[in-house]
Design a protein around this ligand. Structure first.
Ligand code: ZN
Length: 335
């Protein structure tokens, strides 16, 4: 059987947070919010199992945003006075916290949801953390004055949490690095090294997710500027192939990525994006199987993991559920 997994995030139920937003407001606070996060996580574990996925995640139900969910727990950061900056090379504006002193971290970030996930599925589990370079691109630095130094400071803290996730029984720790597709030369130069620092010493599987972003308008416009062939992965894949990261993702469904770029990842597991997160049209199992078939020309069956192109956070819940089902049914056709 082909392995199947989600990239990371899933939509939050309307009783947990505002729908259709990248930085949604929570509906409750205190213990009521803790309970709501727990309920939503359990619900999505069940939905992923019911769909038939082989690897299960927490759907990132406990974090407001995939980067700030981690950064919120880091000392040396001022979350009270956020500032607006252009992120991903000015592709869109975001309100971000400021780094105002040396980074530090007491205790855990994701213990509760990781342990909940481990306790409620017998299948393989994957847990996501933001990658160091993408974090650096999603905060305003007023202290370090050097993106590389700041990335390695974050990498050290990520490494601590990643090791704790492994101790919780998580099978795959994945770092999300959409910034690798934006700053390709820097990604190859120091981004992969910072990523390896974050994954240092882990004995569980490690993964990196690199994508063309959520299905928001700014990303859809950006993709129209990228030409007929999207070759961003070409610059960073060789550095990742030399790294100790086990699994690497790429977008395939409705993307213009030349699939022969998979050949640059020899020896790695490849998470092949076969579900478009920028469209509400639900793929058929045949379409999923066809996309997997094209990727299988460049990667062996036992190295391919059928996956979503990116996270599904800003999507309607019913559509996300239907897409999970299409993912599993399409993969089953190939097996
Ligand atoms: Zn993504």
């Amino acid at each position: 059987m082909l392995r199947t997994a989600i990239a990371g995030s899933l939509p939050k139920p309307v009783w947990l947070a505002e729908p259709d937003k990248l930085w949604p407001q929570w509906r409750a606070s205190g213990t009521a919010l803790d309970d709501a996060k727990r309920d939503a996580t359990l619900l999505w574990i069940k939905a992923q199992e019911d769909a038939g996925l082989s690897t299960i995640g927490d759907g990132e139900q406990s974090r407001q945003h995939f980067v700030h969910g981690f950064v919120e727990r880091v000392g040396g950061i001022d979350f009270e006075h956020k500032v607006e900056i252009g992120i991903r090379n000015e592709r869109y504006k975001a309100m971000v916290p400021q780094v105002v002193g040396p980074l530090s971290m007491d205790g855990r970030v994701h213990a509760r949801e990781a342990q909940l996930l481990r306790a409620h599925t017998r299948r393989q589990t994957k847990f996501t953390l933001p990658g160091p370079m993408t974090i650096v691109d999603t905060v305003a630095d007023r202290h370090y004055g050097d993106r590389v130094k700041l990335a390695f400071a974050f990498a050290e803290l990520l490494n601590r949490e990643a090791k704790a996730l492994q101790a919780d029984g998580i099978d795959i720790v994945q770092f999300d690095e959409p910034a690798f597709n934006v700053y390709m030369a820097e990604a190859a130069d120091w981004g992969v090294a910072a990523l390896e620092r974050a994954a240092q010493g882990l004995t569980c599987k490690t993964a990196v997710h690199i994508c063309y972003g959520y299905g928001i308008e700014a990303n859809n416009k950006w993709k129209h500027t990228l030409g007929d062939e999207w070759r961003q992965y070409e610059q960073v894949f060789p550095a990742l192939a030399r790294s100790r990261i086990d699994q690497v993702s790429l977008e395939c469904m409705h993307s213009r990525v030349p699939l022969e770029l998979i050949g640059l990842l020899a020896g790695k597991d490849v998470m092949v994006g076969v579900i478009d997160v920028a469209s509400d049209a639900v793929e058929t199992a045949d379409e999923v199987a066809e996309t997997i078939g094209r990727a299988l020309q460049f990667v062996a069956h036992d190295k391919l993991i059928a996956c979503t192109n990116c996270g599904m956070a800003p999507m309607a819940r019913g559509i996300a559920e239907a897409k999970l089902s299409a993912l599993a049914r399409g993969a089953a056709q190939v097996a």
